[in-house]
Structure formats: C-alpha cells, structure tokens
Design a protein around this ligand. Structure first.
Ligand SMILES: NC(=O)c1ccc[n+]([C@@H]2O[C@H](COP(=O)([O-])OP(=O)(O)OC[C@H]3O[C@@H](n4cnc5c(N)ncnc54)[C@H](OP(=O)(O)O)[C@@H]3O)[C@@H](O)[C@H]2O)c1
Length: 283
C-alpha cells in the first residue's frame, strides 16, 4: 500500500507547475519531508530561481524544464528522471490553469490546449511513471483538480471538463493500482489566495480576496496529508467543502447563484473586459 514511504529521505517526487504559483509551495512542503524534489514547468529561468530559493532553505531539489502540451514530453520527462534519480516515487500533477477567456471567443485549438494541459498531460505523465512505480512496488500520484465544474464557475467550460475528468481518472487509478502498492489522490480546489492564478486575477482586477478563498499553503499541506494518510479525495476550501460539492451535484442550479453571491461573476466579467475589451458578453 502506498504511504509515507514515498516521502522523506531516499524518495524522489516530481511536481509539475512548480515554476510559480501553488506548485512552488507544494514543492517546498514535500521537500520539507526530507526527500528529493524535481520541479518542472516551461520556464527554465523561473525553475532555476525557485530551485535556488528552496535549496537556500535547505531543500534537496533540482529541475527539468518541459512543455507538457508537447507530444512525447511526459515520456521524455519520466525517462530523464529515471536516468538521473532512478525513478519517481511521488508525482504531483499540479500544472494547469485556465485562459480566463470566453469559450466562444477562443478558437477550438485554444480550447483544446486547455484540455491538453489540464487532463491529457496528467494522464500521460501518470502513465509514464506508473511502470517504474509498479516495478518498485511503491508510488503515489496526487492530481490537482478544481471545483469549477461543480459550481459552474463562469467561462471555464473546457477547464471544468478537464478537472472533472481528472477526478474520474484518479478514482479508477486508485482502485486499480492500490493493491499493487501505487495509490492516487485528488485534491479538489476552490478558489485559492496568496499565490497562483486566483491571486493574480485579484491583483489584476484590484479586488480583495473573498472569505471563500483558501490560502495556497493549505493546498501544499493537503498534498502531504493526502500521501501520508492515503486519502482518496480532499476538498480545499473554507467551510464544509465536500458537503458543498455534494449539494452542488444534487442541485446543479445552485452554482450560478453561489457565483453571484461570492462575487465570482463580477470578478470574471472584469477580467474578461480587461483582457478582451471589444468582445464582452452577449446578453
Ligand atoms: N489558483 C487557484 O485559485 C486554483 C483554483 C482551483 C484549481 N487550481 C489548480 O491548481 C493548479 C496550480 O494553479 P496555479 O494557480 O498555481 O497556476 P499558475 O500560477 O498559473 O501556475 C501554473 C503552473 O503550470 C505551469 N504550466 C503552465 N503551462 C504549462 C505547460 N504547457 N507545460 C508545463 N507546465 C506548464 C506553469 O509554469 P510555466 O509557465 O513555467 O510553464 C506554472 O508553474 C492548477 O492545476 C490549477 O488548475 C488553482
């Protein structure tokens, strides 16, 4: 069974999307457990800066740049780490995000890139590291999902599809491979403050964080908890997140009302106007 033996001295973790945002905090929390952490993302300069920062704080870290939307990127990354470190014990599929633009104003290729980054890349990377994990009889894959689909967060059609897909993928992966020593967990994030896309959106719009936003540090802690306690699913948002998620499934019409109440509609409208002043939303 997967457990804390994929953390700590002698283990290797791979964290995607670790060049900025929430991923840097996840990398830091895992490194704090004592094992080696490989950071990845597209920007070599950002990865170098985060690696230096974490190493200065005592972490055992390295980085390998990769664009996970490119064909073969997942296999190349897994093979590089296999050569350098002997394999990946813990994979955190954190890289992701949404362009925060209206579905109909983006081309279909732009929309499909969102699917590629948020769903295809985690599947491909999980597939690429799984054989090594099974050979060694230990491993854990943590996937980062989002509440977007459940709460009908405005203009996240493809992102929501991808993030809901990640939940289904993780459930089946966990069920199939736990008997062989490889487990999987999914973290379902509400809006996050202090780092990452949600905070940038606030900074861009000049708006303040709402009480519905959880701190990025809570996500980093939850990754460690998910691995140590081998948890199937954790919802990261203030209040009874899992209950809210269940209620949203039962009453799907509630999502838009919650978005209005939480100010998500107004924030997204402002962001879209800032980015695409000529398009706006048709009534
Ligand atoms: N922030 C929130 O409020 C929130 C809410 C719910 C869920 N989430 C999820 O949490 C995760 C982290 O989000 P975040 O807010 O920290 O995002 P972020 O600040 O935008 O960071 C995204 C990370 O993904 C990497 N990335 C983007 N495109 C990539 C590509 N093609 N190939 C490889 N790496 C790529 C970026 O690095 P490079 O640019 O260097 O490639 C960066 O390190 C995502 O999965 C997101 O969907 C976030």
């Amino acid at each position: 069974m997967s457990s804390s033996n994929v953390l700590g001295v002698g283990s290797t973790a791979l964290v995607t999307g670790a060049s900025r945002g929430i991923g840097t905090l996840i990398a830091h929390a895992i490194a704090h457990e004592g094992g080696h952490v490989v950071l990845t993302g597209r920007s070599a300069a950002d990865l170098r800066a985060v690696t230096s920062e974490l190493a200065a704080a005592g972490a055992d870290v390295s980085f390998v740049p990769a664009d996970l939307t490119q064909p073969g990127a997942a296999t190349n990354l897994a093979e590089t780490i296999e050569r350098q470190r002997g394999g990946v014990d813990l994979l955190v599929n954190n890289a992701g995000g949404d362009p925060l633009r209206e579905f109909h104003t983006m081309t279909i290729d732009e929309n499909l890139r969102t699917l590629q980054l948020n769903l295809v890349a985690p599947v491909a990377l999980s597939h690429a590291v799984l054989a090594g994990m099974l050979r060694r009889g230990r491993g854990h894959i943590v996937n980062i999902s989002a509440m977007a689909g459940r709460v009908s967060f405005p203009y996240t059609e493809v992102y929501a599809a991808a993030k809901d897909g990640v939940i289904g993928f993780t459930r089946v992966l966990r069920s199939d491979y736990r008997p062989h020593g490889v487990s999987a967990s999914v973290l379902i994030l509400g809006a996050i403050r202090d780092a990452g896309q949600g905070q940038r959106m606030l900074d861009e719009s000049g708006m303040k964080a709402s009480r519905f936003m959880a701190p990025a540090e809570a996500v980093a802690r939850a990754v460690v908890t998910a691995v140590k306690k081998d948890r199937a699913e954790l919802v990261i948002m203030p209040g009874p997140g899992r209950l809210l998620r269940a209620v949203m499934d039962y009453f799907p019409g509630l999502g838009p009302a919650v978005n209005r109440a939480a100010g998500a509609d107004a924030t997204m409208q402002k962001i879209i106007e800032l980015r695409e002043p000529k398009t706006g939303v048709s009534a």
